[in-house]
Design a protein around this ligand. Structure first.
Ligand SMILES: NC(=O)c1ccc[n+]([C@@H]2O[C@H](COP(=O)([O-])OP(=O)(O)OC[C@H]3O[C@@H](n4cnc5c(N)ncnc54)[C@H](OP(=O)(O)O)[C@@H]3O)[C@@H](O)[C@H]2O)c1
Length: 289
């Protein structure tokens, strides 16, 4: 078990599933853990449980709905006020939406806003805090669902065609492409103390898929007994957040704690760069240019 006494770690979506276990196990290893959640009651319950089960009192809460860009900006400002640096950012929050295309308060397709644009903006706004760490890590929870996607950068908002599974798969491909482009830009800027990696946690029995409703929720519920426990599902996130073996690795995609090739013909350096530029425009931010 790593000694994380000197680490300040932010985990998004830590009120359930993989994120909750990730936050709990990192707290158990001594880290000062900050839970980013959108629901105060759930966040406070999780905070109490984490403190009770780990004995670590250093579990804080910050509140933000990642699909709302102003809330991401506000929470980043709070984090700057409260903490001298960040050692690890785990962009874990994410979900699949239902059969009907929904829009965020900023007018973006909800899966895109929650799974990609919010984490993109959060990472951009927290990069300076991460750079204050001697060795910082950004861990992006993607999914092998990237292989069940229909990626296009000309209809990122799925205005012409919306399918919840493909939309989810697209955003998980964006998570991987963002990770690769971020790693490349960090290197190009000579930033050697911040690494970033993406991962697939496995098929894990969590709250995942419940929001999507309909037949998909029913299928996922049927498959639940055959899925990994959240404890098993969090292993690769925890590994990438804390294991010294991957301290210097950046731009990778991991599954079962091992690097894996990304099998998507859409995953080209040109598309990674274009996705970055579009994401900057949509979130009204610029970083590592
Ligand atoms: N479970 C799987 O089989 C599987 C497989 C591959 C990848 N993943 C990925 O693993 C990650 C964690 O998912 P999970 O399976 O643990 O699902 P989960 O149990 O549904 O947890 C999702 C977490 O994200 C939070 N969240 C959702 N939307 C948010 C928003 N707009 N702002 C802030 N927080 C938000 C949720 O908060 P609330 O409690 O408020 O809803 C919850 O804490 C996701 O990125 C998912 O894509 C999961």
């Amino acid at each position: 078990m790593a000694d994380l006494q000197h680490q300040i770690i932010l985990v998004t979506g830590a009120t359930s599933g993989i994120g909750e276990v990730t936050a709990r196990e990192l707290a158990r290893q001594g880290a000062h853990v900050i839970i980013l959640a959108r629901n105060r009651q759930k966040a406070e319950r999780t905070q109490r449980e984490l403190i009770a089960t780990t004995g670590n009192q250093r579990v804080d809460i910050v509140l933000a709905d990642l699909s709302v860009m102003q809330q991401v900006r506000d929470v980043a400002a709070q984090l700057h006020d409260k903490y001298p640096r960040l050692d690890v950012l785990v962009n874990n929050a994410g979900l699949m939406f239902g059969a009907e295309r929904q829009l965020s308060v900023d007018g973006y397709e909800m899966t895109l806003a929650t799974n990609h644009l919010g984490p993109f903006l959060l990472t951009s706004l927290l990069l300076d805090l991460l750079q204050k760490s001697p060795a910082a890590r950004i861990v992006n929870v993607a999914s092998m669902a990237y292989r069940f996607s229909k990626p296009t950068l000309s209809d990122l908002q799925s205005e012409q065609y919306y399918n919840p599974m493909w939309e989810y798969g697209n955003t998980k491909l964006w998570n991987i492409m963002f990770t690769q482009e971020l790693a490349q830009r960090l290197r190009a800027h000579g930033i050697t103390n911040v690494t970033t990696n993406a991962l697939h946690p496995g098929a894990v029995a969590t709250g995942y898929g419940q929001q999507s409703g309909g037949w998909l929720s029913a299928v996922l519920a049927l498959g639940r007994p055959f899925m990994l426990s959240p404890e098993k599902g969090a292993e690769t996130s925890i590994f990438l957040a804390s294991d010294e073996k991957v301290g210097a690795v950046s731009g990778g995609y991991f599954s079962k704690k091992k690097p894996e090739p990304v099998k998507s013909s859409f995953n080209t350096p040109a598309n990674n760069k274009r996705l970055w530029e579009i994401s900057e425009a949509l979130t009204d931010t610029k970083f590592l240019d």
